[in-house]
Ligand binder design. Structure first.
Ligand SMILES: Cc1cc2nc3c(=O)[nH]c(=O)nc-3n(C[C@H](O)[C@H](O)[C@H](O)COP(=O)(O)OP(=O)(O)OC[C@H]3O[C@@H](n4cnc5c(N)ncnc54)[C@H](O)[C@@H]3O)c2cc1C
Length: 466
């Protein structure tokens, strides 16, 4: 019997009443349970505990600590660096805690720590409201929120954390606290951008915003050679546009699916994926200048329910693809930087590979750099380079293109990167990302997790002598 399997045996004794929700290496569902979204991650935990309550979470933490095992917390399992799973340690899987309860009269929604954004979007849409999140419905609420949360509605409603009004947290010592602006305000500050460093969030409470039955959404595509014209237009147009207009830039390959004309299939394009919270007439008026840029191959903006928009890419970015990530914040899309984007975007190494620029402005700029842990409030774009392919034999090609692209564009960056778009890039990058907020984060860490129990994340080291 290996040391790894013996830990799961001990768990069956110590956590006997959870035995239906304990998965160890010898169990038949082990490989499925340990798999995360990124197929490049192949880690073998000693034990997975599917927790159904804050009590279960507290007991799983105590068990892991008692065994001296590393603890990973899994929300949706989407993290690029595979931070929802750890070799030889204990995974606290929150997927059973996915309840969503909308309170339309209060304009709030309460969400279980293991819910996905699809769970939230479907529930809020029934009440004509929304919480701004990302662009894929299968992403976990937990990781996306704790890192910041960027997506189609950021310009109008801010980052996801700007809409977080409270959280229930199980701390490293097993105690349970509620954090909001009045209770444990330092913890609440750290949760808004500081990742999973401070505890396990078993429930998130968000403010909602009214949203119509449909948004106006869809892409404009241009030949990839026209990327410089499109990016130059985009860098001026978007920051000046009203906040109800969102649009992220993408270098991409048109997927061979029915929603796009066959003659565009597999063509490399420069694209902007638009989302307008407004009427068809308003969207047509606001996007009129887009048609004067280069020679668009397709302008496919139309009405769709918000949950449909959020699921558009689910079928493309399915679980198990080989994904290599690199990221940066970008203040300025200079002509020299655009020239690098053209060069590297023309070399997209696979149909799934892409480069995205997500706007950080509008409502995201209303919040100060020190108001939450998310420091880069003054930047303009979050860039992510995403080398993706289904075939593990192509993993090195994905990494090489991604790193080459990043090496070429990083000199033009603002410094740090959005933590949710990073893999394992080391402590210096984490510090660069939190800038002046790092020292306060380290003090909050020392207060709430002095032994660094929660270290399978973009880690904040506890301040010493705090
Ligand atoms: C295809 C794809 C598209 C994406 N698109 C976007 C996007 O549009 N916008 C955006 O902002 N991000 C996006 N992301 C990035 C995403 O925000 C991160 O991958 C995020 O970490 C995913 O959260 P998760 O809960 O699914 O991940 P997990 O891998 O489960 O967890 C990630 C980290 O968060 C911690 N964590 C998760 N839940 C909790 C919790 N309840 N309590 C405490 N700690 C917790 C984990 O311990 C871990 O450190 C995308 C990712 C993918 C794969």
């Amino acid at each position: 019997m290996t040391a790894t399997s013996s830990l799961s045996d001990v768990a069956r004794r110590d956590l006997a009443d959870l035995s239906d929700n304990l998965i160890g290496p010898a169990d038949s569902g082990y490989d499925e349970a340990r798999a995360v979204h990124n197929g490049m991650i192949d880690r073998h935990p000693a034990l997975i505990v599917r927790c159904g309550s804050p009590d279960d979470v507290a007991r799983a933490i105590a068990f892991g600590r008692g065994q001296g095992a590393a603890i990973a917390v899994r929300g949706g399992g989407h993290n690029g660096g595979g931070l929802g799973v750890v070799d030889d340690g204990v995974v606290i899987d929150l997927s059973r805690m996915a309840d969503v309860e909308v309170d339309p009269s209060a304009g709030t929604v309460t969400v279980g720590g293991g819910a996905t954004w699809g769970d939230v979007d479907r529930a809020t849409a029934e009440h004509g409201c929304v919480v701004p999140s990302g662009i894929i419905s299968t992403t976990g609420v937990g990781g996306l929120t704790l890192g910041g949360g960027l997506g189609h509605l950021t310009r109008g409603f801010g980052l996801t954390i700007d809409n977080l009004i409270g959280a229930d947290v199980v701390l490293a010592d097993g105690s349970r606290v509620h954090a909001d602006a009045n209770e444990h305000p330092d913890l609440f500050w750290g949760l808004r951008g500081g990742g999973g460093n401070f505890g396990v969030v078993t429930s998130f409470q968000f403010r909602t915003h009214p949203l119509g039955a449909t948004v106006m959404a869809g892409p404009t595509f241009w030949p990839i050679e026209q990327l410089p014209d499109v990016m130059r237009f985009y860098r001026e147009f978007l920051p000046a546009a009203p906040r109800n207009l969102g649009g992220f830039f993408a270098s991409m390959t048109v997927p061979p699916v029915d929603m796009f004309p066959a003659e565009l299939h597999m063509r490399k394009v420069a694209a902007v994926m638009w989302c307008i919270d407004g009427s068809e007439e308003e969207a047509t008026r606001l996007l009129a200048p887009v048609h004067d840029v280069g020679t668009p191959l397709l302008h496919g903006v139309g009405p769709m329910p918000h949950p449909v928009l959020q699921s558009l890419f689910d079928g493309l970015y399915t679980k198990g693809l080989q994904c290599y990530w690199r990221a940066d914040f970008v203040n300025e899309l200079s002509d020299d930087l655009i020239a690098e984007h053209l060069q590297w975007s023309q070399k997209l190494p696979s149909m799934h590979s892409t480069m995205h620029l997500y706007p950080i402005d509008g409502a995201a700029h209303d919040v100060g750099a020190a108001d939450t842990a998310f420091s880069y409030r003054d930047t303009r774009w979050a860039e992510v380079i995403f080398g993706v392919d289904p075939d593990p034999a192509h993993a090195d090609d994905m990494r090489d293109w991604c790193v080459g692209y990043w090496d070429a564009t990083h000199p033009y960056s603002a410094g740090g990167a959005y933590v949710n778009f990073m893999m394992d890039e080391g402590q210096e990058r984490v510090r660069a990302t939190y800038r002046d907020n790092y020292d306060r984060l380290a003090r909050v860490k020392a207060q709430y997790d002095p032994d660094n129990v929660f270290r399978v994340n973009q880690n904040i080291h506890p301040a010493t002598g705090a």
